[in-house]
Write a protein that binds this ligand. Sequence first.
Ligand code: C5P
Length: 287
Amino acid sequence: MNRLSLFSPSKLNLFFRVIKRRSDGYHEIASIFQAISLGDVLEVEMSESDLITCTDSQIPCDRSNLVYKALHLFRAKTGLTQKVHFHLKKRVPIQAGLGGGSGNAATALWALNMLFQTKVNPQELCLWSAEIGSDVPFFFSLGTAYCTGRGEILRELSPLRETSLWLAKPNLGLSTPLVYNHCDPASLSSIDPLSVVRAFLEEKPSYFNDLELSAFKLMPELERLKEQLLALGFHTAVMTGSGTAFFCLGEVVEPNLDGITFFKVNFLRREEGSWYQFSDSDKLRTS
Ligand code: C5P
């Protein structure tokens, strides 16, 4: 085997609490992360020199790409010297709060471990991956996890009730540090995140995101979008991560809004010992 093609999923935050600002510049959070069927395809093959290519010209293919960071980290940890070519078929929108880049980094680590048969334990890959970014370790769960710390501390959760939902992505994007910087944890809800997790496990979910407040301050169009999504008939429309995508629950057959891309997605899980599988159940529709 000298080439591999893997599905690289994205994620939603079913609820998102910002607990406090930390002295290292990060924020303490508590959230249920759920992998979803909207994803990219990451191909990797042995090569004469290192190279990253991508179907989306907006994505930088230099050292700032999280796939490059994953390769660099894998080399530092394992001593790998072989050069590789990564090709990314991008479908997950950027600056969406869907963790597309983080999923790419986790998938790259898994792919390198397979391709070079380095047999690093997935728990070890998970620990290493926190050096790449706060959202990367989650993807080494089986698809549903309660995440705390800056997002990198995982508690595996049993599968939640299968939910099919719509994602709504406006053309506008938001930078994660900017949204966090505009968030004042003291003014947010004080609800105990563990009680929210228990409620989810008892099938009494409450969906919310503490970062909506700061995202709406920075981009008032997002608050209007939430209202428009509810007016379409969704009973829930909540921003995921630091935005700008929303996930929407409720019986709306063909949602349509000017300037908004809708994606129909499902929750996604993986089997222990294998990576997330390709899913053809998600449909893309642009209005
Ligand atoms: O960990 P990651 O590199 O993805 O984080 C990007 C930025 O997002 C951080 O530099 C920080 O400004 C912000 N962040 C935060 N609290 C977190 C995660 C990210 O403030 N829990």
